[in-house]
Design a protein around this ligand. Sequence first.
Ligand code: CA
Ligand code: CA
Length: 117
Amino acid sequence: MKVAKSMLVAAGLALAVGGAYAAGDKPAKQAKADAEPGFNNMDKNNDGKLTRSEAAKDKSLVSKWKEADRDNDGSLSRAEYLMVKGKKDANTVAEKVKSAVNKDDSSSAGATSKPKK
Ligand SMILES: [Ca+2]
Ligand SMILES: [Ca+2]
């Protein structure tokens, strides 16, 4: 009887450990947070706005501060932040598409030069 009980405890422990591991195991999200501080991370006083000093970690954000602060109140609301970030993401995607298209061009050029043989 004692053995059965300890097996149950062990099973319960394994479940608890497994659950904790699953909860903490989000590598993709973690990597993204490392690459960019993010709004919530930078909003130290949690008022839903970024002051210029709060945003100082994000150099690209500071460099576009005037463009980002649409209502000129000296801080960025989440909407203002996302608008600037969205723009940046769109540019990144556009660049990726461009380089992909260029790659296709060079590979098709290689294919057309093949029959020359
Ligand atoms: Ca703040
Ligand atoms: Ca603003």
